[in-house]
Design a protein around this ligand. Structure first.
Ligand code: CTP
Length: 402
């Protein structure tokens, strides 16, 4: 059975010469058994007729926020909730810019802002527009915000120029969507525990010992696991990222001790645990009740060790559980990571070296090496953390099927 059968696909069509391809796309989607509804921008109607798209999709095509007589609104929230997947093809430079910056000036942008389902964006534009720094920044924002931006192809463009910017062929899009829906089942029923972000250890009511972890890697992993159908529990330290939709459970912690108790509790029933949190190794022995006042001379704060959470849960790991840790190293990277893999009884360790530019804390990119318990290592090139998350999850899925 086609994995598109019965799937509800909302197709957004923008003003681009590639809009003619949306007719083929709808035909293929319908042939695969998908239910299709179409939203066009006003400009799209200049390139392809709404009648063609409504006939092919077997549904009325919507374009405006209100009906023609302005007596009713076209409910963007309802439309967004209806869809299993929202595909924008072709996505023009203008709509991409609006999506990236949260504009809401037509039905398509309003539906985008209301969408909770996965969003796939297939850009189409002229080479220079595609290469422009503004477009690049907008595409980066769309990726960061959890959208899937499809590749553009090289070839003859409407301007007569030859270059990058052509919309992906409908057949290719269909095969990507099919793969997406197939893979989205691959972690179905799996309980996945992910920890993310830093811990804060209080010195007094206003000061703490923390670290630069942004939580981006752990949150990206949670998003990908959700997309694969897993029941994800996310335990997070203080970060500035919005909580992913469709989590099974979200637990907010501050200290290493709080993380220890939340993690050990959730670990018991987890099939897979990914420890991406940057846990403080030391905490102040005492937290001052009042703000510590400035005095003559030096101030010494006595630190005591926190519990090594991964080490503790590693000791309790059962045969049917997978345990994945991270290693952040600045020297003897590989040897140190392998040592942690062994002592903490892990199935995989993901090594990032702070020596690599663009890797580690705070950045949107990362460069990691995944090492398994058999010593096999896979070096991944520098990529967006969202893409690395996909690679890591695919490695976990392969292990489950091995
Ligand atoms: N970790 C943990 N509890 C701690 C410290 C670390 O669970 N108290 C976990 C981290 O979440 C990570 C892995 O252990 O998955 C390795 O963390 P890292 O900071 O690289 O190493 P440490 O074990 O703390 O050793 P060191 O700081 O000496 O490198």
């Amino acid at each position: 059975m086609s994995s598109l059968k019965g799937k509800k696909i909302l197709l957004g069509v923008c003003g681009s010469i590639a809009a003619y391809k949306s007719a083929f796309l709808i035909r293929l989607l319908v042939k695969e058994g998908a239910k299709v509804k179409v939203i066009m921008t006003r400009e799209a109607g200049k390139f392809i007729s709404p009648l063609s798209l409504s006939t092919l999709s077997k549904n009325p095509v919507l374009s405006e926020l209100t009906t023609a007589d302005d007596s009713r609104w076209n409910n963007h929230v309802e439309l967004a909730l209806w869809a299993d997947l929202f595909l924008i093809a072709p996505a023009s430079a203008n709509t991409i810019a609006k999506f990236a910056n949260g504009y809401c000036d037509n039905l398509l942008t309003a539906v985008y802002l209301s969408a909770r389902c996965p969003v796939f964006i297939s850009p189409a534009m002229d080479e220079d527009m595609w290469a422009h720094a503004s477009t690049k920044r907008n595409i980066q924002l769309l990726n960061q915000n959890g959208n899937t931006v499809l590749k553009v192809s090289h070839g003859e463009l409407a301007s007569g120029l030859i270059g990058e910017g052509r919309m992906m062929q409908p057949e290719e899009i269909i095969s990507l969507l099919t793969n997406y829906f197939n893979s989205s089942q691959s972690l179905k029923g799996k309980k996945i525990l992910i920890t993310a972000g830093p811990t804060y250890e209080a010195i007094d009511p206003v000061r703490f010992i923390g670290n630069h972890s942004s939580g981006k890697m752990g949150y990206a992993l949670a998003e990908v696991c959700i997309k694969h159908g897993a029941d994800v529990t996310l335990i997070s330290g203080p970060v500035n990222i919005s909580v992913p939709s469709h989590l099974k459970k979200f637990v907010s912690i501050k200290t290493a001790d709080e993380l220890f108790s939340a993690t050990t509790k959730a670990f018991v029933i987890a099939d897979i645990t990914i420890m991406a949190a940057a846990v403080a190794d030391y905490k102040p022995q005492k937290t001052a009740v009042n703000k510590i006042k400035k005095k003559e001379g030096e101030l010494n704060i006595e630190l005591v060790k926190t519990k090594d959470i991964l080490l503790e849960i590693g000791k309790k790991k059962k045969k049917n559980q997978l345990l994945i840790g991270f290693a952040l190293e600045t020297e003897n990277e590989l040897a140190n990571a392998k040592e942690k893999l062994k002592t903490k009884n892990l199935d995989f360790i993901i090594l990032n070296s702070l020596k690599d530019k663009g890797a580690g804390f705070g950045t949107d990119t990362n460069k990691v090496t995944v090492i398994d318990s058999g010593g096999k290592k896979k070096e991944l090139p520098m990529k967006m953390k969202t893409e690395i998350a996909h690679d890591i999850v695919n490695i976990i899925i392969s292990k489950l099927h091995a």
